[in-house]
Design a protein around this ligand. Structure first.
Ligand SMILES: [Zn+2]
Ligand SMILES: [Zn+2]
Length: 321
């Protein structure tokens, strides 16, 4: 069910992840927004640039009802305080909810805290732990376990009107990871590395393919790409995951906006995939409204991404695997 007839949207304000992608801005690092989930808008993991990228992609930070920070690494939290200021109209009114890991609020060992007492003052606060479910604005939010550098790092599954969006945040693959994300309709994964070689505390494409197969969502989305992933081709990695898992898989690109038909949980589909950069480039524009054409859809999105990468002069070496 849609709220006020608005379609749920997911907009990627950055698809880069890890230290080196972040400090070089090879890809943007603003996290993503979920808009019109039960009529509410959430910013997820607002790394460097989240505020600026919101405006760049036509989204108003002042319309936020909540921010979510999964852990105390810079690529996930640096813009959170300024977004809280937007959410509370410059800290002049009580509004919204701040959701995050223990480290984000209280600090844990050398990690965090990430939000000043001042910025916590006008919003509800919700510390999320794995397997704990809280209801906010009619949305069920469950924490999901991670194994990552910040030991309190937490992913989530948000459920509203029968539709579930799951986000792994940064984590290594582990045997029970899929149990935390089961029943996801849309699975968003931080996949920092290409191929089958992961690094500590993170997933590679091979790990994600396994997870996608186990979770069996309607759609899987890869994001949070590290340097090595970007020097390969995330779109090809998504094809690989799709082939291995049998589930439609998309490599997110900066500015990618998905409009999701959430009226029928059994038929989740992307109504449109837009690239805000595409205004002057016909090749980048396409809309998706066809369930039966999944393969082509993914190919389109991949072409889209290739063109995008070229346009922005990303170094794109075709290394042999
Ligand atoms: Zn990260
Ligand atoms: Zn991290």
């Amino acid at each position: 069910m849609c709220f006020n007839g608005e379609t749920m949207k997911i907009t990627f304000l950055g698809t880069g992840g890890g230290r080196f992608t972040t400090i070089s801005q090879k890809r943007m690092t603003g996290g993503f927004r979920i808009d019109d989930i039960n009529g509410k808008n959430y910013h997820i993991d607002p790394g460097p640039g989240a505020l600026v990228r919101s405006y760049q992609f036509g989204i108003k930070p002042t319309t936020l009802n909540g921010v979510f920070v999964s852990h105390a690494h810079t690529d996930h939290y640096t813009d959170v305080e300024v977004l809280i200021e937007a959410m509370t109209r410059g800290m002049t009114r009580e509004n919204g909810v701040i959701i995050g890991s223990r480290s984000v609020f209280k600090g844990f060992k050398q990690w965090g805290p990430c939000i000043s007492n001042y910025h916590r003052g006008k919003s509800d606060k919700l510390v999320l732990d794995p397997n704990k479910t809280k209801t906010v604005d009619g949305i069920k939010i469950k924490g999901t376990k991670t194994i990552h550098g910040d030991p309190t790092c937490v992913g989530f599954q948000m459920q509203a009107n029968g539709l579930a969006i799951s986000y792994t945040s940064d984590t290594k693959y582990f045997d029970k990871l899929h149990e935390y994300h089961k029943d996801a309709d849309i699975l968003i994964g931080s996949v920092i590395r290409p191929g089958t070689k992961s690094i500590k505390g993170h997933m590679c494409s091979g790990n994600f393919a396994k997870l996608v197969k186990e979770v069996n969502p309607k759609i899987a989305i890869m994001t949070h790409f590290g340097f090595k992933m970007l020097s390969e081709n995330p779109a090809n990695e998504a094809k690989y995951v799709q082939k291995k898992s049998g589930i439609r898989t998309i490599a997110a690109f900066d500015g990618m906006k998905l409009e999701i038909d959430d009226k029928n949980r059994n038929k989740v589909k992307i109504i449109k995939m837009k690239n805000k950069f595409a205004k002057n480039n016909q090749n980048l524009n396409h809309s998706i409204n066809n369930d039966s054409n999944d393969k082509q859809t993914v190919l389109n999105s991949n072409n889209n991404q290739n063109t995008f990468i070229k346009d922005f002069s990303y170094k794109h070496e075709n290394k042999k695997k």
